[in-house]
Design a protein around this ligand. Structure first.
Ligand code: CA
Ligand code: CA
Length: 201
């Protein structure tokens, strides 16, 4: 009898443990998920781009695989050796990160160039959440942000995405371009396996 009770208890416990798994299988909802309105990048990878993934009920999804996909942009965009995913042209220009328990994926995208205005796709578990154009500190694509990259006539320098380039944008740019920020390391934003960490050494 005791064995039966133990088995019953273990079965009930298994069901409880499986419930969070059911939540992980929820489908991301583009309308209720949140994607930062501005995709601001710097080769040094010291800007933030936040994605919060929610399902159709508005609940956050933990463990959702979020992709920031630069494949529509011609040529390499992410600092060498690139992101976690490959594009059809062979570049490693897809950054991948899983959401935490709050449904958040916070990217620090080490990137150069404005992608010629091409749209960057942001997906979660394969669902397209939004598209953004790049607002890069390095507008001329030499993977260095310096004073040659800012112009009041270039909308790529609109770092607060208000539709105009003015001193507010220059103030943001100054924290990067004034210091000649360049690529400082791998851009890979996905959690590394021990094997890939060892491969770096
Ligand atoms: Ca540059
Ligand atoms: Ca602006």
């Amino acid at each position: 009898m005791k064995t039966f009770k133990l088995q019953t208890a273990l079965a009930a416990l298994s069901i409880v443990l499986l419930l969070p798994g059911l939540a992980l299988a929820a489908t991301p909802d583009a309308g209720l998920s949140t994607v930062d309105p501005c995709l601001v990048t710097c080769p040094a990878g010291d800007t933030d781009f936040l994605v919060v993934v929610r399902d159709a009920g508005g609940a956050v999804i933990a463990g959702s695989v979020v992709e920031v996909d630069f494949c529509n942009c011609a040529g390499p965009q992410l600092c060498s050796p690139g992101g976690s995913g490959s594009c059809p042209d062979g570049t490693q220009d897809i950054a991948i990160l899983a959401t935490n328990s709050a449904g958040e994926a916070l990217f620090h995208l080490a990137e150069g160039g404005d992608g010629n205005g091409a749209l960057v796709d942001i997906r979660a578990d394969g669902v397209l959440l939004a598209q953004r154009t790049i607002k890069p500190m390095d507008t001329n694509g030499d993977f260095v942000a310096d004073t040659s990259d800012f112009s009041y006539s270039n909308l790529s320098n609109d770092y607060n995405c208000d539709g105009a380039v003015n001193f507010s944008d220059f103030a943001i740019f100054g924290n990067h371009g004034s210091f000649s920020h360049s690529c400082t390391g791998p851009v890979d934003t996905a959690p590394r396996t021990w094997g890939s960490v060892k491969a770096l050494w």
